[in-house]
Design a protein. Sequence first.
Length: 284
Amino acid sequence: MRKTVLFVLAALCAGMTLSCNKATAVSSSASAAPRGEERSPELRKELPPELQKLHRVLSGMSERAKAAIPNGNPNELLADLRAVLETEAAFRADDLSLYRLIDKTHPVAADYVPKDLIPVTRNELWNVNRNDLSLRPEAYHALEDLARAALQDGITLLVSSTYRSYAYQERLFARYVREDGLEQAERYSARPGTSQHQLGAAVDFGSITDDWADTAMGAWVYAHAADYGWSLSFPQGYEDVTGYMWECWHFRYLGREACRLQKKWFGNVQQFMLEFLDAWRQDG
């Protein structure tokens, strides 16, 4: 049976009160949904504004995103969301949010440069494979935390790519187009202005090859990255969602609260969560 995210409709069909402790089903069968839909326009007006907004945002998400969201209580989701939004409120106000949705249809300006970039150079915590790396402060300090934990388990991280300017990405994408053609390049490289690297909060680890996932470093990062606020951006099997092939090495810093929200409510798919947060913000 296909799951949907019509929390409110399912709750109304089941006759549940919104304050109850029972889990409100987010899945609804074809036969159950119409009953709720017949009554929902009037009854939804009686719901608290925040729950009305949740219904609007979730209903507007893609079918694949809806299918990834588990059954649960809408009030529990809202509580977890508030924790993430409270964290966002503490971000510096003079830079783009760490939760900024950036993808093929949500670019940033060509002249955008993160504030106060910190050079990422080889030190006692990690190795690097080039000398022009940098990260925004939040991501840099989170990388320190991740690297210290890795060292305790005998793993030294290799940082291979970090912040990229618009101009850098423009040159890189053009090179890939020359080498592999536009259609193939679009599958693994971002057009300028649409790369997460321009936010200064993304890191490519290791060899930047598929076999990195099978190395000791790759296995450790996969197992522990989220504990330190790092999220895999382009998981395997989601090219139709993210726009990119699997990149086992590409992690974006979002913070622990956002990683927990992603895992608990969005099938552990970063793109679904960021689209949800963006839609929540756009809804006012």
